[in-house]
Design a protein around this ligand. Structure first.
Ligand SMILES: [Zn+2]
Length: 108
């Protein structure tokens, strides 16, 4: 089943398939997420575009899956998955274009 859902600038579009051991999502995350630069602390928009494979399982879950990122949740909620992706992008090592430019200047 095709699904598309956006949350805070980040959109998932792809296939959602319910199987016996969970709900499988395969598709693309795309959008712009507002993040904070770790250098100058100013907010900027980080473009995101990546292929993703998620598997949503009921808690508690003890298995692992090499191919899919596991999400444990009581009730399947695509928004909640996007929320946690936005969160992890924000917690990433984000450097704004200005500071990136400065870093290159220093190297030469
Ligand atoms: Zn910066």
């Amino acid at each position: 089943m095709k699904r598309e859902e956006c949350f805070q600038g980040l959109c998932f579009s792809g296939e959602v398939e319910k199987r016996r051991d969970g709900i499988y999502l395969e598709g693309k995350l795309k959008g712009k997420v507002e993040v904070e630069c770790i250098r100058c602390l100013s907010p900027f928009l980080q473009p995101v575009e990546e292929e993703v494979k998620f598997k949503v399982v009921k808690t508690p879950y003890s298995g692992t899956d090499g191919e899919f990122d596991i999400f444990e949740m009581e009730k399947f909620d695509l928004k909640e998955i996007l929320r946690s992706e936005v969160e992890s992008i924000r917690n990433d090592y984000n450097i704004c274009p200005n500071c990136q430019g400065r870093e290159i200047d220093l190297e030469f």
